[in-house]
Design a protein around this ligand. Structure first.
Ligand SMILES: Nc1ncnc2c1ncn2[C@@H]1O[C@H](COP(=O)(O)OP(=O)(O)OP(=O)(O)O)[C@@H](O)[C@H]1O
Length: 336
């Protein structure tokens, strides 16, 4: 049975229809991401699960209990937001223990649970510090500890890493996942960053204009997007109309569109020796950009521009306007 089950969720703000017939199920201990661009309804959906927004229709069950009409407190959810929202005048340990104090938990027990939680979030030694003395990443770990200490049934994370700089953000992604696994807490994570969702999640739900367009494990979504939107959002796929693709390659396809990942397309000066399953097209380099160790080319082939990503490990680099050949396996494109 699902630990969290959302059935036919609709949410309207006046005339604006923000969530449309959302179905979502999570197993106990699952880490699910809601992934989508700004304004697609991710935070609203999370707030509906938390009870901070009421749904227009539909039902929400947590641990077998219908919580649709219940207050946030009655739902036993812990939440972490983008803003750290810690109490600035309290120490780290006071911030973490606050929820337990409100629940009138005995002082000795609060001390023990705070100590254990400091250990879980790797903040032992910082207990007497005030939030202003901590880095952004440390503050977010305090926020996480504060959300977890009351042992909620569900952890809801609303873009908790978006205010944190890139290097630290990578560390915290791994750290949050470690803590989530260690506590086995069922978690819904909102992000607009596809690589973050890929790295952290058991399941990804791609949202677009209030609808869940595709759900699945990260690798399945990456290799087999089901809609042009999913393909554009998750794998930086090349998207071509079927007609344009056929003109270019003469390949037989079913569907209206074709999606090809940039990294499956090879680029070379000469036409490569290839078997009948390989598709080759001649083109001209329009642009090249170096992203770390990945060299991204844009190549004009007929009426289309195709992106191709190659590992930058040699001194060879095609200049703009250089004539090139692109080739990829006939198995490596997705018809949508
Ligand atoms: N309380 C509200 N009243 C009216 N409209 C709202 C309210 N909350 C959200 N909306 C609208 O609902 C839509 C979805 O917003 P939401 O914050 O859920 O999107 P999001 O995908 O989380 O985007 P972002 O990443 O920018 O927060 C937006 O058009 C927003 O303006």
């Amino acid at each position: 049975m699902s630990y969290i089950a959302l059935e036919s969720i609709e949410k309207r703000f006046g005339k604006q229809h923000v969530l449309k017939n959302i179905h979502l199920e999570l197993g106990k201990g699952e880490f699910a991401s809601l992934l989508g661009p700004s304004g697609c309804g991710k935070s609203t959906l999370l707030r509906c699960i938390a009870g901070l927004e009421t749904v227009t229709s539909g039902s929400i069950c947590i641990d077998g209990i219908d919580v649709t009409g219940r207050s946030p407190k009655e739902r036993a959810v812990g939440m972490v937001f983008q803003q750290y929202s810690l109490f600035p005048n309290m120490t780290v340990e006071q911030n973490i223990g606050f929820g337990l104090k409100m629940m009138h938990v005995p002082k000795q027990e609060i001390r023990e649970r705070v100590r254990a939680m400091l250990d879980t979030v790797a903040l032992t030694g910082s207990e007497k510090k005030k939030p202003a003395q901590l880095s952004g990443g440390m503050q977010q770990r305090v926020a996480l500890a504060r959300a977890l200490i009351t042992r909620p049934k569900v952890l809801l994370l609303d873009e908790p890493l978006s205010a944190i700089d890139a290097k630290l953000r990578k560390d915290l992604q791994t750290e949050i996942r470690r803590i989530q696994k260690e506590t086995n807490i069922t978690t819904v994570f909102v992000t607009h960053d596809q690589s973050e969702a890929m790295l952290m999640s058991d399941t990804i739900h791609i949202m677009h204009e209030g609808v869940i367009e595709q759900s699945g494990c990260p690798s399945d979504i990456y290799v087999a997007p089901k809609t042009p939107f999913a393909a554009g959002f998750i794998g930086n796929y090349n998207l071509l109309s079927a007609a344009a693709f056929q003109k270019l390659t003469a390949a037989e396809i079913e569907g209206e569109n074709v999606a090809i990942r940039p990294e499956v397309i090879g680029i070379s000066k000469e036409k490569p020796d290839c078997d009948e399953d390989t598709i080759c097209a001649q083109g001209v380099v329009v642009e090249s950009l170096l992203h770390g160790n990945i060299l991204s080319y844009q190549v004009r082939c007929g009426d289309c521009i195709l992106k191709t990503d190659v590992l930058y490990r040699t001194v060879d680099r095609f200049e703009n306007n250089a004539p090139v050949w692109l080739c990829f396996s006939g198995k490596d494109f997705v018809a949508l």
